[in-house]
Design a protein around this ligand. Structure first.
Ligand SMILES: Cc1cc2nc3c(=O)[nH]c(=O)nc-3n(C[C@H](O)[C@H](O)[C@H](O)COP(=O)(O)OP(=O)(O)OC[C@H]3O[C@@H](n4cnc5c(N)ncnc54)[C@H](O)[C@@H]3O)c2cc1C
Length: 404
């Protein structure tokens, strides 16, 4: 059976790996000209995603590439002194297994795990998908596939072609995010330095093996950014406006906006589709159920979703009419929990009052100061569904069951 996967981010390569192990013939089409290996932003893998990575034989590589960020320093706006916390203990309270790694490193590791068995079409994109599996590409010749799977992220092309305009399925959660790449002038190593004010949070981090650093900006806004997705000048203006006069260190980060080699900006939106399959087509990862970038643990969800989708297809012998509903059933509860968790994380990370700003800093300090069990209990009180990442299901699936 021939399967087309659109997108070689996180979900795409994991799906390609498992589908080939189950006996499917897989083609992945990716818009970027090659596998990205330049960093991107930091993402989180929790216990179930780490277990899948171990089964793929790549856990050691991920550990080797982990950012190594273990310490947190929070500067609440207006406070005389920063609050220090042990970040690994905070993640330890949320999950029995956690690694932070740069998104592009993760993509490359998953890609390399199965690239000899998968056909990759880089620098191309799908332009039409027929109900019979006939696919047109921007560059490659048209082909027919038995199944077509959109793993092309929050702004998925496959979803738009098959289900309709993105605005029908997304909900703006009242915040924006931006990522700025800048020189690691302070030699930051193993530390996340956060400045938190009412409705705005900016955090600087490095990664052991990267020569530079990143700032993640998160800020509340009543309405989504009015400019276009490519209007970088106005996007940078919006970031400057949101973070002016927070702290002299943040002012220095903002000065880098004009020099940065890499800048990312988006509204934080959640996808709210109850079903993400239609005919031969289904969606996986952010394309189908993004609970909000940077707030919802979406990378783990993408890894688990890819594993489950491949497994259900194998279990059903490639019969998508049985496999897709089973995949949706396995994932549905966790997608709902991740959406709720994403909203709750956004509320915590973007406090609505000065009291909330102090609460965030003190909560982090307390959780990291407590032994594991009370730390977990406190986190549960502070954030609903705080251990939801570990609750993702990992059924066992047979392998090598599909004949081409
Ligand atoms: C700024 C930022 C910060 C984040 N922070 C975190 C975090 O702290 N923790 C966390 O867990 N997650 C975080 N995320 C989310 C995380 O990056 C995603 O959940 C994860 O990468 C999802 O993987 P995916 O494969 O579904 O989508 P993506 O990683 O987005 O991959 C989609 C792929 O599809 C390709 N593509 C797009 N359109 C097309 C097309 N038309 N044709 C072909 N290919 C296409 C893209 O180039 C990309 O390679 C963050 C995201 C952002 C943007």
């Amino acid at each position: 059976m021939r399967v087309l996967v659109s997108g070689a981010g996180v979900a795409g390569p994991v799906l390609a790996y498992w589908l080939t192990r189950h006996g499917f013939a897989v083609t992945v089409v990716e818009r970027a000209p090659a596998v990205r290996r330049t960093g991107g932003h930091a993402v989180d893998l929790f216990r179930p995603a780490l277990r899948i990575s171990a089964q793929m034989g790549v856990r050691a590589q991920i550990e080797e590439r982990a950012t190594g960020t273990r310490r947190l320093t929070v500067y609440p706006e207006g406070a005389a002194r920063p609050v220090r916390a042990d970040l690994s203990k905070i993640f330890g309270a949320a999950s029995d297994g956690h690694l932070e790694v740069m998104r592009d490193d993760l993509s490359a590791i998953y890609h390399d795990a199965a690239c000899d068995d998968v056909e990759y079409l880089f620098d191309d994109t799908v332009t039409a998908v027929g109900s019979d599996g006939a696919v047109r590409f921007e560059r490659a010749a048209p082909r027919r596939f038995d199944l077509v799977i959109g793993a092309d992220g929050l702004h998925s092309r496959v979803r738009r072609l098959v289900f309709g305009e993105e605005s029908r399925f997304t909900a703006f959660i009242g915040a924006h995010l931006a990522v700025l790449t800048l020189p690691n002038r302070d030699g930051l190593d193993g530390e996340l330095r956060m400045h938190v004010g009412v409705g705005r949070t900016a955090g600087l981090y490095g990664a052991r093996h990267l020569g530079d650093a990143r700032v993640l900006f998160l800020f509340r806004s009543a309405t989504p950014f009015a400019g276009g997705r490519h209007d970088v000048t106005r996007q940078k203006e919006a970031v400057r406006r949101a973070f002016g006069a927070l702290h002299p260190e943040v002012d220095r980060w903002l000065e880098e906006l004009d020099r940065t080699p890499a800048f990312y900006f988006d509204a934080i939106t959640q996808l709210r589709m109850d079903r993400w399959s239609r005919g031969r087509v289904t969606l996986v990862g952010d394309a189908g159920y993004c609970p909000g970038p940077a707030v919802g643990g979406s990378t783990s969800l993408a890894v688990v979703g890819a594993y489950v989708l491949a497994g259900e297809l194998a279990r059903a012998g490639g019969d998508h009419e049985r496999a897709y509903p089973a995949y949706e059933r396995v994932m549905a509860e966790h997608v709902r929990a991740s959406r709720a968790g994403g909203l709750s994380a956004a509320r915590t990370l973007l406090p609505a009052s000065r009291l909330g700003v102090r609460g965030l800093a003190e909560g982090a300090r307390l959780i990291s100061a407590l032994p594991a069990r009370p730390g977990r209990a406190l986190l549960r009180l502070a954030a609903r569904n705080s251990r939801r990442h570990d609750a993702l299901p990992l059924p066992d699936y047979p392998s090598g069951v599909v004949r081409n």
